[in-house]
Write a protein that binds this ligand. Structure first.
Ligand code: SAM
Length: 467
């Protein structure tokens, strides 16, 4: 694999190399499953064009242009004077390579149930959420093509990667070998079975979270046959048994929005029994039709005869279950070893600063601090860096109608506040305790009423004030 890796690098088959060769138009067209612009951009027959056609676009290439390192890799087949890929092999943002099954495109035969999906938007989404803190033992549950391990390498002392699909582990091993990642302990099995009785400092999983009707032929990479969103629920419930003290878990998940039930309660309920501090962020909600279309497209079912039938069955099942929508988002858990854990569940669909992993620990710290600190009056608070104070008022009027505190860093939250909190943000520099500060502010800007220090808790939880 080392020779192949050298050839890929020397040929410029890297994220930047592919991006530069394809250009914006061809890359956008590919995202719409249109190959023609990319084929035009790679018509040259040079080593990079050949690699992009073979392993990125998945089209046959003339054997005479294929390097010996590629022919001998075991990842292509030759048919006459043409060479075809047997896998999808893509450069990844870590500088490594990811090997998976070939991408499916409209008109291709149906996916095999044990299809190993390549790294994509969801993989990158999870990777950017995971804490950047160095850790001891890390677990990647449902490793698939092995992409999360590429992100963990160098940050975790030991990495265990599991998958229920043995083919996934085979391809993941190729990804790691091509990326120069060694020492990964790969184990086959479902959920936490392969790591029974073991503790980890970090657990990450982009699980098979797709919610599909029971009894359907399942694609292992995305659905499990579990009832509704029960796989994600069970994953969360079993996680505390595998988190070392202070250990953290990061998951992507789907959850159902069911008629008559608040989704906050549904997902919050999964976490409330775990004893962990947790932070749940819903990044998107799709209505049932949008959701079904997304996953039918994912398996390239559009345009097939079965499409309408499958679409109808899926929607009928959602109707039976009174599903009004499906939420997608992030779940972070921390074993804080406290008797008073806190679970924060929220919807945030605006653009946040990436990667969240750079500051996810402080988000969780803020939520826990706001929840557990007693005697806030004597706390020395500091206004978060980069906070803006925005005022909206009538022209010429002295008092604003609205004051908004807006973060320019991290989660970029904004919150409408009163004059007391706004004044606090102006003076809070960690020198004077909150109680006395609020007294002074109340005299200066308020009507004499002293603001309650506890009223500042939500702004601490949301990172406007630091403790
Ligand atoms: C969405 S893919 C994620 C792959 C990769 N980790 C990523 O981030 O792109 C989900 C993976 O979970 C695996 N999986 C499915 N059911 C599982 C189970 N019961 N236990 C463990 N892994 C499972 C699938 O085989 C698949 O590789």
């Amino acid at each position: 694999m080392e020779r192949l890796r050298d050839h890929l690098l020397q040929s410029g088959y890297t994220i930047d190399g592919v991006r530069a060769r394809l250009g914006v138009v061809a890359a956008s067209a590919l995202a719409r499953e249109e190959l023609v612009p990319a084929l035009r951009a790679t018509a040259g027959g040079d080593p990079l064009a050949t690699l992009i056609r073979l392993w990125w676009l998945g089209v046959p290439v003339p054997a005479k242009g294929v390097a010996p390192e590629v022919l001998e890799s075991g990842l292509v087949t030759a048919d006459g004077d043409q060479v075809s890929a047997t896998v999808h092999l893509q450069p990844w943002e870590t500088g490594g390579y990811v090997v998976s099954d070939r991408k499916v495109r409209p008109g291709d035969p149906a996916l095999r149930p044990d299809h190993v999906v390549g790294a994509g938007g969801a993989s990158a989404n999870l990777a950017q959420l995971v804490t950047r803190r160095p850790v001891g033992r890390a677990l990647d549950l449902g490793t698939g093509c092995g992409v999360q391990v590429l992100h963990l390498a160098g940050r975790a002392e030991q990495i265990v990667a599991t998958d229920v699909n043995p083919r996934a582990l085979e391809l993941a091993r190729l990804s790691w070998a091509l990326s120069g990642v060694t020492g990964v302990d790969a184990r086959a099995g479902s959920m936490y079975e392969p790591v029974e009785g073991e503790l980890f400092d970090l657990v990450v999983s982009n699980p098979p979270f797709v919610v599909a009707p029971p009894g359907e032929r399942t694609l292992t990479y995305r659905e499990t046959g579990a009832d509704g969103d029960a796989f994600c629920r069970d994953l969360i419930r079993r996680t505390p048994g595998h988190l070392a003290p202070g250990g953290q878990a990061h998951f992507l998940a789907n959850w159902l929005h069911v008629e008559g039930e608040d989704w906050h309660d549904r997902v919050g309920g999964w976490l409330s029994e775990t004893g962990c501090d947790a932070w749940v962020v819903q990044r998107d909600v799709q209505d049932p039709a949008e959701y079904v279309e997304l996953w039918l497209r994912d398996a390239a079912e559009q345009g097939t005869r079965a499409y309408a039938e499958h679409y109808d069955r899926w929607l009928a099942w959602f109707d039976e279950q009174r599903v009004e929508g499906v939420g997608f988002g992030w779940i972070t858990m921390r074993n804080s070893e406290t008797l008073d854990p806190v679970v924060r569940v929220e919807h945030l669909d605006h653009q946040v600063v990436l990667p969240v992993g750079d500051y996810v620990d402080s988000v969780l710290d803020a939520v826990a601090t706001a929840h557990r600190t007693v005697g806030l009056e004597s706390a020395l608070l500091r206004t978060a860096d980069g906070l803006l104070d925005e005022r909206i008022g009538l022209p010429g009027a002295e008092d604003p109608i609205r004051i908004v505190l807006r973060q320019t860093q991290g989660l970029r939250r904004s919150r409408e506040v009163g004059t007391v909190e706004a004044a606090l943000a102006g003076v809070c520099d960690g020198q004077l305790a909150l109680g006395p500060l609020l007294n002074v502010i109340a005299e200066l800007v308020g009507d004499g009423d002293i603001a309650d220090a506890d009223a500042v808790r939500p702004l601490i939880a949301e990172g406007f004030f630091l403790l």
